[in-house]
Design a protein around this ligand. Structure first.
Ligand code: PA5
Length: 426
């Protein structure tokens, strides 16, 4: 398996990437390989593909137990602790997973807001279902998931009494939540201390919700391992994640600090949100970074596309496409009003490929640099591969810019301010 990276833009100097830029990317990649880069105490994500079989067995057993007990599980978390699992569910299963599932519980994601109305609606719909909760919070002290968890936990105990404890899973780091979990007798899985939120998709933070939905967690780790081997092992080489990082930096240096990350399938929508979080929180520091803007194509071509094509030329575009469809879906007969009768019987997959080409042509001709990353199908292995590819590329990009990819001082400031203001109410 391999993913492809094509560059369809004219601004690339003859001879390709400037040598100093390639050299910086290779150096940054070397820092990851030798584990001696800035933030080297947070490189545990590189080891996640090697998690022991016994842990995976435990996760799968727990997922089966909860599946038998619940028909709705609310995964409570925010940012890095939640977006990876959402991305996996849409990518590997379907954006319609909840409507399609027959043997596994439905899964809703919450805990990412402070909105009482939405929380009340969640409680109303939870009351009609055999409910379970899966709280994911590395620190255990983030306000948004804590508020939602309290409400759902209270609801469960009111409804089931002490038996409610069997319906609650917590995935967290060491700290107050871990102590509380032990005290209450909830099942707990650990997020390793050297893995940050946005790099935790392949840790229990992502694997447990994935297993709840019946996704192939071993496949995801296998894909990630293969990607790590392909991209990290060759010493001194500008492997694909480093090349992508260098290209992004080149474009930012050319006055294009905004990257529209165009996802060509609804199944990639949540993946786009995960990418935004990964890149924005890793790179957006010290007045620098490239602003990642996920876009759902072709829908957003009817809106954002206008800006990309003819607006302020601060944008470059990275298209993410899948080269193999899961189903053989073809243009249906009927509906002759649309002038598309000649297409009857054509695979939608082929039409989508042409749409990608049309977008690339239109935008390139307008001077917008277009990168194109294509992945094979939509299985767990490809998902794991992509997660590792983008995490490595993001880390390399930040390191090239002299930024620690693994901290988030701005986010911590917001959290601290909120806690201080809430303190006035306590
Ligand atoms: O990537 C990060 O570190 C953040 O996005 C966190 O995942 C997010 O703030 C949630 O934090 P926690 O898992 O501690 O609740």
């Amino acid at each position: 398996m391999a993913i492809g990276l094509h560059t369809d833009f004219a601004l690339l100097p003859p001879g390709g990437l400037p040598h100093p830029l390639s050299k910086r990317a290779i150096t940054a990649l070397g820092g990851l390989r030798r584990r001696d880069c800035t933030g080297s105490d947070m490189l545990g994500w590189l080891c996640l593909p090697d998690q022991p079989e016994s842990l995976l067995d435990e996760i799968e057993a727990e997922a089966r137990r909860i599946s038998a007990l619940c028909d709705l599980v609310v995964v409570v978390g925010v940012g890095g602790s939640s977006l990876g699992a959402q991305a996996a569910l849409d990518f590997v299963a379907s954006p319609y997973y909840n409507q399609l599932t027959k043997t596994r519980p439905q899964v809703l994601f919450s805990g990412d807001h402070i909105d009482g109305d939405t929380l009340c609606d969640l409680l109303t719909l939870s009351a009609e279902r055999r409910l379970g909760i899966c709280l994911v919070s590395k620190s255990g002290t983030t306000v948004e998931p804590s508020l939602t968890f309290r409400a759902l936990e209270h609801h469960l105990f009111t409804r089931y009494g002490p038996d409610a404890a069997r319906r609650i899973l917590c995935i967290c780091g060491d700290g107050p939540l871990s102590d509380y979990t032990r005290h209450k007798g909830y099942t707990r899985f650990a997020i390793p201390e050297d893995v940050g939120g946005r790099y935790s998709t392949l840790s229990p933070a992502g694997l447990v919700p994935m297993a709840l939905c019946g996704l192939d967690i071993r496949g995801a780790l296998k894909g990630a391992k293969a990607a790590r081997q392909a991209y990290l092992d060759p010493e001194g080489a500008l492997t694909l994640p480093a090349r992508y990082a260098a290209l992004r930096q080149l474009l930012a240096d050319q006055g294009r600090p905004v990257e529209v990350m165009a996802m060509f399938s609804p199944a990639l929508g949540a993946f786009g949100n995960w990418l935004q979080q990964l890149f924005a929180e890793s790179e957006g520091k010290n007045g620098g970074g490239i602003l990642p803007l996920p876009a759902a194509y072709t829908a957003d071509l009817h809106a954002l596309g206008q800006f990309v094509q003819q607006g302020n030329p601060i944008v470059f575009e990275t298209m993410l496409t899948l080269s193999r469809a899961r189903y053989d879906c073809r243009v249906a007969p009927g509906g002759g009003f649309d002038g598309l009768n000649a297409l009857v019987g054509q695979p939608l997959d082929d039409l989508c490929r042409l749409a990608v080409e049309a977008v690339a042509r239109a935008h390139s001709e307008a001077g917008v640099p277009v990168l194109h990353i294509s992945a094979p199908g939509r299985d767990a292995e490809v998902f794991g591969w992509l997660v590792m590819f983008f995490q490595m590329s993001c880390a390399v990009g930040a390191l090239m810019a002299g930024i620690n990819p693994f901290d988030q001082p701005g986010v911590e400031d917001y959290k601290a301010h909120m806690r201080r203001l809430f303190g006035g109410l306590i």
